[in-house]
Design a protein around this ligand. Structure first.
Ligand SMILES: Nc1ncnc2c1ncn2[C@@H]1O[C@H](COP(=O)(O)OP(=O)(O)OP(=O)(O)O)[C@@H](O)[C@H]1O
Length: 724
């Protein structure tokens, strides 16, 4: 395990190497003094000296210091050795003249170099920790995962490379133009405070306005391009996510609440794209601006530039603490939001049930508790951010005061004009913000990328049902066989069906009867392939169901349930749901068979009448009629009525029965509690406890005097009592 930069052994190693470096500087100065000007330290000699120092320090560290500290020390030694050479080279390029280390190193600059190298090293280590340093293995793994997620988000942005390329170009132009503005503001002040020359004044104002206009134009274009690529990315991800959601097995929707799924689909996708795009935008803008400003500031005053650079590590330390807390609360907040959405949507969707059970107060309490939880997290987040802002302000103001004092003494010594000081102050303000963004925005990208994790989890999820086959037979007889089928729901331990074997014959009506929980609806679910049996097989014309193409299966099997789901939209839309290019005549014909046509005609807007959310504008019986029409219009080979006529009045039931008997060759499965409805069935199967107990015709079962007989007796007595 590697050491941490602040470990005691690491601090001792820094001290040792720092002493060695000082000895090297002292030796160099002694040699220079001894040569009395016959040898001076030019830029190339400075680079050579620092390269030699780096080599020597490395040797010392490899001999005297523990191996575990080597990766940490390498970074620091590199900064310590090469910062002076980089600094003097930049100064020579920008302003020429005397530098800090050549021709003779200034002692103050040597000390300043050690301090700034250590501060820069701290920032570097915090922003991009060295792989070798001792870190939480869990944290490291998470970071790797975050990087992988980020790469994936970037890959998804590939189709928008044109928009992104244009956005980056505008971003660079905007940043360059913006960083020129303070320089010309300073020039204007100098012209005004010195001997006034109108030409110079107009020239400076003209250039400043030009750069301001250019910066605004390119900023606008950059924003537009980023928004455009972001919206495209969002649309693509949401489309893919929804597509994959629709493929999932039914159990997935039972395990995941609708509120949290819609939250992934809506807010997480949005957040993912927005936060990453924003951060990349900020990262690049800050990078370009920081570089161009650093050059401008060095050209104005290197002393003030160094002072400015000290602010950064201090702010970085604060930010690092704040970020850790921010990540934690952000995650908590996200969970709270999902919970609030879930509580509200479940109560609103089931408002009738809530009201009928007088559970309004209970639902209000649940909602209030969820809100309270969110409020607590928000308060904690607020306090933390207030403390952070205060400390940040204190650091900034202290350094600003120091900078102004130093600026004043530079002006008195003639090294700076007041206009340049103003320009520097303007640069400095922007510079600190940009450097801070630069260092931390990368970390922030890794943090915000976690919203992408949840989206990708859903995107990658493979449905846990065997993929549908490709079988599309020309002719289907419609014989359904349950061959020794055993099944338990994924969310339950016990078996819902135990070795069930039964057959549904074409052109016949088969009825499933029995007490509640007997397994009747489970059989229907398996027939629709909502679930897969653990043992045995469900066969259609002797072929397992999963061999058939999904679309084909849906066109051959239609189900009407006790509480059919209608979608908000017209009656026509609900009847022809899932069919393409259906004529109104076919819709009317199906509605007539379901005995609902007359009712629809009486409505003001006829077939265009909106049924409301979940068909809320219709009665339960009318909803069932529309669902029956929806099944009839498909002319399915296999029709399943799972208590599908239970809410119809007697006239409608008769009409539907007639329509059903008119469809020759259709396999009809009826699940019913009211035994009168199935007395005419060709075959009756009695199920209890997930097993087939009895089967035969009504007469055969009555003659047997078994469970069917007793159930019928019970229901008969109950019916007579109700009538009396
Ligand atoms: N989605 C589900 N998840 C877990 N268990 C379920 C689910 N649906 C039904 N069950 C369980 O499976 C068993 C069989 O239920 P099923 O709905 O098939 O009975 P049923 O005969 O149709 O009952 P009913 O006549 O009341 O509709 C029951 O014990 C039930 O609790």
């Amino acid at each position: 395990m590697m050491a941490h930069p602040t470990d005691r052994s690491a601090v001792c190693a820094y001290g040792l190497l720092l002493c060695c470096d000082l000895i090297l500087w002292v030796t160099l100065v002694t040699v220079l003094l001894w040569c009395k000007g016959t040898f001076i330290l030019g830029l190339s000699s400075l680079w050579a000296f620092r390269a030699l120092s780096w080599n020597l320090l490395n040797k010392v560290s490899s001999v005297l210091v523990d191996q575990s500290l080597q990766p940490l020390l390498k970074r620091w030694m590199t900064l310590l050795c090469f910062l002076p050479a980089v600094f003097d080279t930049l100064r020579t390029l920008v302003s020429g003249g005397v530098c800090g280390f050549s021709p003779v190193p200034e002692p103050a600059m040597v000390v300043l170099n050690a301090v700034s190298a250590t501060l820069v090293y701290m920032v570097w280590e915090m922003a991009f920790p060295c792989n070798g340093s001792k870190r939480d293995a869990k944290k490291e793994k998470k970071e790797q995962e975050a990087k992988a997620l980020l790469t994936r988000v970037i890959q998804y942005s590939r189709p928008d490379c044109f928009h992104l390329g244009a956005a980056f170009l505008f971003l660079i132009l905007a940043a360059l133009f913006e960083s020129c503005i303070p320089y010309y503001v300073g020039k204007i002040i100098d012209v005004l405070s010195g001997e006034y020359q109108h030409g110079n004044f107009m020239w400076a104002i003209g250039l400043m306005s030009l750069y301001s206009l250019g910066s605004s134009l390119f900023t606008g274009l950059r924003g537009g391009m980023f928004m455009c690529s972001l919206s495209r990315l969002n649309r693509r991800i949401r489309h893919m996510l929804f597509q994959n959601l629709m493929k999932q097995e039914i159990n997935f929707f039972e395990e995941n609440k609708p509120g949290s799924l819609t939250s992934r689909l809506v807010s997480d996708t949005d957040k993912m794209g927005r936060s990453i795009a924003m951060n990349v935008n900020v990262l690049l803008r800050s990078l370009v601006k920081t570089c161009s400003m650093l050059v401008s500031m060095l050209s104005l005053s290197w002393q003030l530039t160094i002072l400015t650079c000290i602010e950064m590590p201090l702010l970085a330390l604060l930010q690092n603490h704040y970020n850790t807390h921010y990540q934690k609360t952000s995650r908590e907040l996200q969970d709270c939001k999902a919970e609030i959405e879930q509580v509200a949507s479940s109560a609103i969707n089931a408002v009738k049930t809530v009201r009928s059970f007088r559970a309004e107060a209970q639902e209000q309490r649940r909602y209030e508790e969820a809100l309270e939880k969110k409020l607590k997290v928000l308060t904690c987040k607020g306090i933390n951010s207030a403390v952070y802002l205060l400390l940040r302000r204190v650091v900034s103001v202290s350094l600003k005061v120091a900078m102004l004092l130093l600026g004043r003494s530079l002006i008195s010594s003639g090294q700076l004009t007041s206009g340049s000081l103003l320009a520097f102050v303007l640069f400095q303000k922007d510079m600190v913000t940009n450097m801070k963004h630069l260092v931390y925005v990368y970390g922030d990208i890794l943090n915000t990328v976690w919203s992408a994790e949840k989206v990708f989890q859903l995107l990658d999820r493979k449905p846990k049902v065997t993929e549908a086959g490709v079988l599309v037979p020309q002719k289907l007889e419609g014989r359904v066989t349950f061959d020794n089928v055993s099944f338990s729901y994924p969310s339950r331990d016990g078996k819902a069906l135990k070795s069930v074997s039964l057959e549904l014959s074409p052109g016949k009506m088969t009825a499933l009867v029995g007490p509640s929980g007997g397994g009747k609806s489970s059989c229907v679910c398996l027939l629709q392939r909502f679930y897969e049996p653990q043992e045995g097989e469900v066969l259609l014309d002797g072929v397992p169901l999963h061999h058939y193409q999904h679309q084909y299966m849906c066109s051959q099997i239609a189900t009407v349930s006790q509480d059919p789901v209608l979608f908000s939209g017209s009656i026509k839309h609900n009847i022809e749901y899932g069919l393409h290019g259906c004529t109104i005549e076919r819709v009317k014909e199906a509605a007539k068979k379901a005995n609902i046509h007359d009712f629809i005609c009486k409505l003001d807007q006829g077939y265009d009448t909106d049924v409301g959310e979940h068909g809320g504008h219709l009665s339960a019986g009318q909803k069932q009629c529309i669902a029956i029409a929806r099944a009839f219009i498909r002319n399915p080979k296999i029709l399943v009525l799972d208590e599908g006529t239970s809410k119809l009045d007697i006239n409608t039931q008769v009409a539907v029965q007639e329509a059903l008997s008119g469809s020759a060759g259709q396999t009809l499965l009826v699940v019913a509690h009211r035994l009168q409805t199935i007395e005419k069935a060709d075959h009756i199967i009695y199920m209890e406890g997930g097993m087939v107990m009895e089967q035969g015709t009504h007469e055969q079962l009555m003659a047997k005097r078994g469970r069917y007989y007793h159930l019928r007796e019970k229901l008969f007595i109950l019916d007579s009592e109700q009538q009396n």
